[in-house]
Design a protein around this ligand. Structure first.
Ligand SMILES: C[S@@+](CC[C@H](N)C(=O)[O-])C[C@H]1O[C@@H](n2cnc3c(N)ncnc32)[C@H](O)[C@@H]1O
Length: 295
């Protein structure tokens, strides 16, 4: 297998240094017996958070989207929640852009809570879609040119104009939580919509994440879930030659299936094989798109 090493500065190496890197830095010690990597020590996860901050606040400071449109397309345009009314939506590890900013265009959401460990930093990202008070939905029409042009050269003016021109397209923010999901306190009131997209592999303890999803979501509430759908055997092989600081967890699909089947009734499920290469290294994987009601 070709070597690959991505460090906390998000520097990608596939050369001789990358070949030697696993001798000093690899995730092989965290492989479980059959479930991939389901938890790592906090020191390992802190490297991932450093990479994540570099990714969005340094390298990605001009980026306006984290494949959120692609996820929307894979969720069939969020047909499942479309037209519905929610009292309290919660997005876990929302990033600067959020997926609720897309879902909120299609349904009525009275209030939202947003959680991300880096949320205080993201508030200063020039394409952040929320403030402490409001979450803004993505806007079409005028915004399609306003955002890339004015947003780039004069972000403060862009934000002001966008909010003034589209005042009704926003949701009230109940709370911003700058915490790991694993340490989330009780959410009041419980959410009737919980969104967690492209998150698990960034965390440090899958069982704590599962527990807190169940605690935060009301019975009958809707879960919108997406993540990589790993295979234990493949993970066991790749960790020997490949290291990616930003992605400490690599949870086998049977763990995700067990959680979802035990606690949710599915209304949408799709497995998407994503095939691509990074610096000539095959980096293909399957991903799961899932929407279900909590039992
Ligand atoms: C790839 S981004 C995805 C952001 C967002 N879900 C989206 O789709 O646009 C992953 C996010 O997870 C956050 N994160 C990583 N580990 C976390 C944890 N244990 N608890 C909460 N957030 C975490 C990072 O700060 C980052 O913003």
């Amino acid at each position: 297998m070709k070597p690959l090493h991505i460090d906390e500065e998000v520097t990608i190496r596939t050369d001789e240094d990358a070949r030697r890197a696993p001798e000093t830095e690899n995730d092989a010690a965290y492989i479980s017996e059959k479930s991939g990597i389901t938890h790592v020590p906090l020191e390992r996860w802190q490297k991932a958070q450093k990479a994540e901050r570099n990714h969005w606040m340094v390298r990605g400071r001009h980026v306006a989207n984290d494949r959120n449109d692609q996820h929307m397309a894979m969720f069939d345009g969020y047909a499942a929640p479309r037209g519905r009314r929610f009292t309290h939506a919660l997005e876990l590890s929302c990033g600067p852009f959020t997926n609720l900013s897309l879902i909120g265009q299609l349904c009525q959401i009275e209030s939202v809570s947003l959680l991300d460990l880096l949320i205080e930093s993201y508030l200063s990202h020039k394409f952040c879609n929320y403030t402490r008070e409001r979450l803004y939905t993505r806007r079409g029409g005028l915004d399609a040119w306003l955002r890339p042009v004015l947003g780039r050269v004069w972000p403060a003016a862009y934000r002001f104009l966008a909010r003034e021109l589209f005042p009704s397209h926003n949701m009230s923010v109940r709370q911003l939580l700058a915490l790991p999901i694993e340490q989330m306190p009780e959410i009041e009131p419980a959410a009737d919509l919980l969104v967690i997209i492209n998150v698990i592999e960034h965390c440090y303890d899958i069982q704590a994440v599962f527990r807190n999803i169940l605690a935060a979501l009301d019975r009958g509430g809707l879960l919108v879930f997406h993540d990589r759908y790993y295979d234990h055997e493949q993970v066991s092989q790749t960790v020997l030659s490949q290291y990616d600081a930003a992605h400490p967890l690599k949870v086998d699909r049977c763990v995700l299936d067990g959680f979802l089947q035990t606690h949710f009734d599915p209304i949408y499920q799709r497995i998407v094989p994503e095939r691509f290469t990074l610096e000539g290294v095959d980096f293909s994987f399957d991903t799961l798109y899932y929407i279900g009601y909590k039992r």
